[in-house]
Design a protein around this ligand. Structure first.
Ligand SMILES: *Cc1c(COP(=O)(O)O)cnc(C)c1O
Length: 227
């Protein structure tokens, strides 16, 4: 077995052990900064979903690996002048936080493709420097996005401030889950909570995450610095 398939297997085991059988948790392998060959290795080990942050390298890899029919998730910061490649190449977007960008993605989504699956990014900790929608503004944005043809609103995503204490991680993740449950009262079709990375996936799944985004623990550390 290769190192990547071993890593994948151990992450899958962690996901299974804290998730139980009832709700399957979808694992997104975050392959930013990693070459196409490494993604190919993970795909050969059975991994279907991949997450990318940086558009130029992402589009190159998506093109190079077209024949593998992988599912691509855009998880990086969305700039309004760079929405077109996202609309044209990705299956999911996790970082939608403004109506202006939603409208651009919707109008740029090719009609030959199924609607783009979108998650609204929640700025749960309310850090001024971080992107994401404030909890108070979430319901309005959801209502507006749900109206747009070309997009399919699936749920929310959040990146809580890093914490090493598992109990604190769990409290935060439960808070995010409550926001998701509240939104689902108005939008019962929402089925996705994208929450949890290498360092906090156990807490996230325990709190009810349905999708975890794991980079380091599958592909190893990334070169620094990065955004
Ligand atoms: C890089 C990144 C991840 C993966 O983080 P790891 O700690 O390497 O697992 C997950 N989500 C987002 C939004 C990221 O940018």
């Amino acid at each position: 077995m290769t190192r990547i398939s071993e890593n994948l297997e151990s992450v899958q085991t962690r996901v299974r052990q804290c998730g139980g059988e009832a709700t399957p948790v979808r694992l997104i392998a975050v392959s930013k900064t990693k070459p196409a060959g490494v993604i190919c290795e993970a795909a050969q080990a059975g991994q279907q979903d991949f997450g990318e942050n940086y558009l130029q390298e992402a589009v190159e890899k998506i093109e190079a690996l077209k024949d593998l029919n992988l599912t691509w998730h855009f998880i990086g910061h969305l700039q309004s002048n760079k929405t077109r490649p996202v609309a044209e190449h990705f299956d999911w977007v996790h970082t939608l936080d403004r109506l202006k960008i939603a409208r651009r993605l919707a109008s740029q989504r090719p009609t030959s493709l199924p609607p783009l699956n979108v998650l609204l990014q929640l700025n749960y900790d309310d850090e001024a420097t971080k992107s994401g929608c404030n909890p108070a503004d979430l319901a309005l944005l959801a209502a507006q996005v749900a109206e747009l043809e070309g997009l399919r609103l699936r749920g929310i995503m959040s990146i809580p401030a890093p914490q090493s204490d598992p109990q604190k991680q769990l409290e935060t993740c439960r808070g995010v889950r409550l926001v998701f449950d509240e939104l689902r009262k108005q939008f019962p079709d929402l089925d996705t909570l994208s929450l949890g990375m290498s360092a906090d996936l156990e807490a996230a799944i325990q709190a009810g995450s349905t999708m975890v985004r794991v980079g380091t623990d599958i592909f190893g550390a990334r070169p620094q610095p990065e955004c």
